[in-house]
Design a protein around this ligand. Structure first.
Ligand code: ZN
Length: 206
């Protein structure tokens, strides 16, 4: 049974794995770097990512997603676990050319279908040893471990909650490991996180 997520907002964290920051020529930030994806970008497991005609370079970013379970503001790091509903797998699909061109991330990260989430909510937090990987047409592109995050899940969510009220169902994408690369029409992309699941989506032209 495919689960559908309907967050009031999706908060994303950029450059939260050192090797990925480096591959894009960026410094590791001294504080979490936040941006938003609109809820209209969310699709479910096994739905299609649509390549918009405005971009010539759409890329995958496999990420651990955290789903919020209760309304919260200014949560202490040690209390973050109590506001989490569970975890799922995300693909922070990105029009890299537009992200670079605009400087602001809204367009490059915000197209419809650019936030696949699923396949299901898992209550238990994955271990720091869990690996995260992305396969395109069966070939491995991205690989890392949750322990490689620069800022931990608890630090990230406390930091975000100091900025905005988190609502039940809100989703936080925790950043991507190295190996981001292009998606082309006809591709099948799979993001797998040990203990959380495998999110699979096809890719098609608009
Ligand atoms: Zn990302």
């Amino acid at each position: 049974m495919t689960q559908r997520f309907s967050p009031s907002k999706v908060i994303c964290v950029g450059r939260n794995y050192r090797a990925h920051a480096k591959e894009l020529g960026n410094e590791v930030p001294s504080e979490p770097l936040l941006f938003l994806k609109p809820p209209s970008a969310v699709i479910a497991h096994e739905e299609s990512i649509v390549l918009p005609r405005e971009s010539a370079r759409v890329e995958h970013e496999g990420e651990l997603a955290v789903v919020i379970g209760r309304r919260a503001r200014r949560v202490a790091v040690e209390d973050v676990a109590s506001i989490i509903e569970g975890y799922t797998v995300a693909n922070d699909v990105t029009a890299r050319d537009l992200q670079r061109k605009d400087v602001q991330f809204t367009r490059g990260k915000g197209f419809d279908t650019f936030c696949p989430l699923g396949p299901a909510l898992v209550r238990e937090r994955p271990s720091l040893d869990a690996s995260i990987s992305v396969l395109v047409n069966g070939a491995r592109r991205q690989h890392g471990h949750l322990r490689d995050m620069v800022f931990s899940i608890d630090v990230l969510i406390a930091f975000i909650s100091d900025v905005m009220t988190l609502e039940p169902g809100d989703v936080i994408l925790t950043g991507t490991p190295e190996g981001v690369g292009p998606l082309l029409a006809g591709d099948a992309v799979e993001v797998t996180i040990d203990g959380v699941g495998t999110l699979r989506n096809s890719v098609r032209a608009e």
